[in-house]
Design a protein around this ligand. Sequence first.
Ligand code: SF4
Ligand code: SF4
Length: 457
Amino acid sequence: MKTKSFKGGIHPPERKRTTESFPLTPAFPSTKMVWIPVTQGGMPNTPLVKPGDIVALGQKIAAADTNMSVPVHASISGIVKKIENRLVPGNIEVPCIVIEADESGATAFMPPMDPFTCTKEVALERIRDAGLVGMGGASFPTHVKLKPPVGTQIEYLLANGAECEPFLTVDGRIMEEHAAAVVDGIAIAMHITGARTGLLLIEDNKRWLLPSLTKAIADQKSNPVGAGAHSISVKVCRTKYPQGSEKMLIKAAVGREVPSGRLPSVVGCVVQNVGTLKALSEAFRLGKPLIERALTISGGACGAPGNYVVPVGTLMGDLIPEVIPLYPGVVKILSGGPMMGCAMKSAAFPIQKCTSGILFLTEKETILQEESACIGCGRCIVACNCGLSPVLMDRALRADNLQEAIRCGLLDCVECGSCSYVCPAQIQLVQRFRVGKQRVRAARQKKNKESVDGTVR
Ligand code: SF4
Ligand code: SF4
């Protein structure tokens, strides 16, 4: 099988061996409490419950008020204790609904639904009602992604199983243990988008998944449940970071370039993470909302590295030490992988729908050196998979020249961190680009507000 790839990129140490054979294992803290963020992907939600309310597993507890958001559901049955702010990745405080578990076992799933016989509008409504968002990290509402703009023809449904971040192995486990649900999710997504070809994309360090995936695809073909089931196949891409980025995956899989500032649908593609596709299948077949999260917990300071399944809203800190003992010497806690993850001040944050991993890193695994002066080596330019000039963007931002940084491609940066990784001067390029993009967004919002206020006056 020929492997595919894209230009640029890097090969950081994979560090996946520790957990890749560790099966998905349910875990729940002895505190029997969850802190469920009211909003997880899209626009802000409104709580539907108050302290003292009794809730069932899967019951809607926060409503989505716009099409660009999804509701949130109770991940355990129990009693609502309070609604209070908690720090989440991104280091912002958000309101969370705190539930204490009871022993009732009450559930409030939706009735199962056949995605191939209902209308596409009804199917999209089910996906939204189930609270589905991208589980690869982006948290973008799934029903919006599966409804491309009018007039767009979708040819390819790409199932993203690249999992290119070091340490993370949860998507691999989902593909191994739930291959049939992932393939079913692909067929459903193809049916809804009208895609004629479904490609399940893995990197060549996960060839061990081929028997399970090809068997699941063959089973689907022998018992087709909907249009598209016969055109799903597995494609193997060369292992390289950041293969899991949508634009890189499209380039590697079908050789198409997504133009600057445009969506994958303009080149006939929709990309969905494999975990999201499993959840998509369950939303129809079981009527199950997105209430649990499988994630990798690892790092050199983690005493029980593995792949765990927890109710959404579980506080990472509540799993320590009974489920996850730590060794002394934790110098960094990351939500996500080491390349794109978010450093956290403590472990007392809730695991959300988009949390693919949590790492406890030692000094050896972390770059803690000070920045030095740029030596003009150009390695950042070679590493950038988006064809940008990180060194020039950095110079523009240091000079406080946002317009020049935008001209150099700041807004096309996918924040993969490859440039920072290769920089011999340890310059914090991606960190500066993240802040720069936030400043551009804030400036644009201010300008829009001023023009609206001016119109009203
Ligand atoms: S400039 Fe952005 S897209 Fe390019 S390597 Fe750096 S972080 Fe990645
Ligand atoms: S890799 Fe670092 S030192 Fe080399 S040109 Fe880029 S910013 Fe400068």
